[in-house]
Write a protein that binds this ligand. Structure first.
Ligand SMILES: [Zn+2]
Ligand SMILES: [Zn+2]
Length: 329
């Protein structure tokens, strides 16, 4: 099968390879990849910003696939079934975190497209227990960004608090364009902060219902109840703390961020909170995939052939994407 994989000789780029077809083990399904969205985390994997990826790993963790063959014990997903494969590829089910509903924090967790080969390929295998049923209302490419941008955005929005009405989004990419739709549907107001000068992203945010859109170095037009940071830029943490009101929460939703600069205590004072959001639980997925068609969330996607994965990553790095890019083998 064709795949785009990490090349130890050339960090920052993927190598087109012909790999043997994977076989489904016990509890696994073999999937034909129909679509795989490109996530900021893939860029962190490819750029070597996350520790110890599987050598030569195939990235991609927003996979829409159809079952080709079910391994022993995975018969509940017969051939032809469409499923979604997210970032969380395995959790132990026994540790203190798994037992209290926090499998996203499992110390034995393994992640798709990082420790497990992912969806930048024609075929992949996945643990059937971690595959999601997908709402019929979405085509393959349209469903793909729901699987990380949507799920992580949903978890981050919940961490911002049910009472938070005015929400700042820093970085208006795949996740923010989904969160904005959900938040507006819930009656909240969105304030979109983009790279300075990125008029296209600001216009995109306004078209999706943002009450305000402007550059990330501008002050918020009014105090925010919460802010969610999708851009991997540590300097945005103090900027967001200055934008939130007393009691407000700043949620860092990315897996990696440049160092956070020091800041005066008075911008944290008055019970402001800074927190991160890590990974997802299967419950997040079930909740969000039930919610998305009710809003309804409409994903803006642009499809590219699998062989153009490096172009897709370069465009994501440069911020030249409206919504999400999706690779189609
Ligand atoms: Zn565990
Ligand atoms: Zn992701």
């Amino acid at each position: 099968m064709r795949a785009m994989a990490l090349d130890p000789a050339a960090p920052g780029r993927l190598r087109a390879e012909a790999r043997p077809e994977p076989r489904p083990g016990p509890g696994q399904v073999l999937l034909r990849v129909c679509a795989c969205a490109v996530c900021r985390t893939d860029l962190h994997v490819v750029d070597g910003e996350l520790p110890a990826p599987k050598p030569g790993v195939i990235p991609g963790h927003e996979i829409v696939g159809r079952v080709v063959e079910a391994g022993p014990g995975a018969e509940r997903l017969p051939p032809g079934t469409r499923v979604g494969v997210p970032w969380l590829g395995f959790a132990c089910g026994r540790c203190r975190f798994c037992r209290r509903g926090q499998e996203n924090l499992c110390e034995q967790a393994r992640f798709t497209g990082y420790q497990i080969d992912g969806g930048y390929a024609e075929l992949t295998v996945a643990d059937a227990r971690f595959c999601f049923a997908l709402p019929d209302a979405y085509g393959d490419a349209e469903a793909a960004p729901l699987l990380c941008a949507g799920l992580i955005g949903h978890r981050a929005l919940r961490m911002a608090g049910a009472e938070a009405r005015r929400i700042g989004l820093y970085g208006f990419g795949a996740a923010a364009h989904i969160v904005a739709q959900v938040a507006c549907w819930e009656g909240r107001e969105i304030y979109a902060f983009t790279r300075p000068g990125d008029a296209a992203a600001q216009g995109f945010a306004r078209r999706l219902g943002a009450a305000w859109a402007g550059p990330s170095d501008a002050p918020a037009p009014q105090p925010l109840d919460a802010a969610i940071l999708f851009a991997p830029v540590g300097a945005l943490v103090p900027a967001a703390l200055r934008a939130v009101d007393r009691g407000g929460t700043v949620v860092c939703a990315g897996i990696h961020m440049s160092d956070v600069p020091s800041f005066p205590y008075d911008i944290l004072w008055h019970e402001r909170t800074v927190r991160s959001v890590a990974n997802l639980t299967r419950r997040d997925g079930e909740e969000f995939l039930a919610l998305a068609p009710k809003v309804p969330v409409r994903t803006a996607v642009e499809t590219l052939p699998l062989g153009q994965a490096n172009d897709a990553l370069a465009r994501l790095r440069a911020g030249q994407v409206e919504g999400a890019l999706v690779l189609v083998p």
